[in-house]
Design a protein around this ligand. Structure first.
Ligand code: ATP
Ligand code: MG
Ligand code: FE
Length: 336
């Protein structure tokens, strides 16, 4: 089964051809990051316009690199939510037009299901059940994956997502957008124990997250240092902030996996490319006896291969969408 997949939910225009769910024949990503960096974050209207310019070329390249024609494709998978509505609509309209033109099934995919499925591409024998820690620009979820396409959200952020916290803290210490990779790099030159930032675990029995208090703590620290005329070391701030985030993420993921009696944990989303999170998660899983799956960094951030993998399992489950499928910017995981 060959799936042509399209992803345009945020600031990456992406297309991929995936064979039998787990074999990536091509994975083309056109990123707009350099453009949005000028504004310190993603500008939705600019994102939509850039998707329109890029999408035809990206799809053509994906088919060419895979050596597959549009007629040879068995289905077309596309992200239809959540995300920026104008951005989603570009990929969705393109997918519908192609599906209609060659009379192939259309399969709408949840963006976060895609992020989770990146693990199946990376590790060919990785299978449910497992606990997924999804940490991205817009989500921080602990998801119990009981089977393919079966998701139960055990916990989620009550305010900022992990990636959002990285991006906001980076702005406070003058590192620019996107903050995640910049803080990751800066933290390597800093002391993670230099500043005591809070670890927010919330109630004893909660799997929810909260990162806005930590973000405020960083902001307050920076303001206080400035007021006192003290030096501000951005490397120490980055390292200390990151250690606080990672400790909470790792602690809750392990606790949730134990709570459900699972043997496996998977990381997903852009923040899963964070080097400290990957390291600490590996250590914790080795110590606690969990099997761990982490996608390569290129499969953690937005791409279409992960959407192709998710679409394959939806295809096997019999999911087919009509040409009236609409973009849903606040689509919930597990809903259609
Ligand atoms: P969502 O997937 O929730 O809809 P999104 O698609 O915008 O949001 P992703 O592309 O999955 O998010 O991830 C982007 C986020 O990951 C950004 O917030 C970015 O700062 C963060 N990120 C990327 N690389 C790293 C890294 N090395 N360390 C920490 N954060 C990172
Ligand atoms: Mg992005
Ligand atoms: Fe994403």
């Amino acid at each position: 089964i060959y799936i042509l997949a399209i992803e345009s939910s945020c600031d990456e225009t992406a297309a991929a051809v995936v064979k039998n769910g787990r074999e990536v024949l091509s994975n083309v990503i056109s990123s707009q990051i350099a453009l949005h960096t000028l504004y310190g974050g993603v500008v939705p209207e600019i994102a939509s316009r850039k998707h329109i310019e890029a999408i035809d070329g990206v799809i053509t390249q994906a088919l060419q690199e895979a050596g597959v024609t549009l007629q040879e494709v068995d289905a077309i998978g596309v992200t239809y939510g959540p995300g920026l509505v104008g951005a989603l609509l570009v990929g969705l309209a393109e997918a519908k037009a192609l599906a209609f033109a060659v009379n192939k099934p259309l399969i709408g995919v949840h963006h976060i299901e895609g992020h989770i499925c990146a693990n199946y591409i990376e590790n060919k024998d990785f299978e449910p059940p497992y606990m997924a820690l999804v940490v991205s620009g817009g989500h921080s979820h602990l998801v119990y994956v009981s089977d393919y396409g079966k998701y139960e959200i055990l916990g989620k952020t009550r305010d900022d997502a992990a990636g959002e916290a990285y991006d906001k803290v980076a702005r406070v210490i003058g590192m620019g957008y996107p903050g995640g990779p910049k803080i990751d790099a800066a933290a390597k030159q800093g002391n993670p124990d230099a500043i005591k930032f809070p670890r927010v675990f919330l109630e004893e029995d909660s799997y929810d997250f909260s990162f806005s208090g930590l973000k405020s703590a960083v902001l307050n620290y920076v303001n206080k240092q400035k007021m006192l005329g003290e030096e501000i070391n951005p490397f120490d701030i980055a390292a200390s902030f990151q250690q606080s985030v990672v400790e909470v993420l790792v602690g809750k993921a392990i606790k949730a996996a134990k709570g459900k009696g699972l043997q496996k944990i998977a990381l997903a989303g852009g923040v899963a490319s964070n080097s400290a999170l990957r390291e600490r998660m590996k250590e914790a899983c080795a110590k606690e006896g969990f099997q761990l799956s982490i996608p390569s960094p290129i499969l953690c951030t937005d791409n279409a291969a992960m959407i192709g993998c998710a679409a394959y399992y939806e295809y096997l489950a019999g999911v087919r969408d009509g040409l009236d499928l609409n973009a849903n910017p606040s689509l919930k995981l597990g809903e259609r």
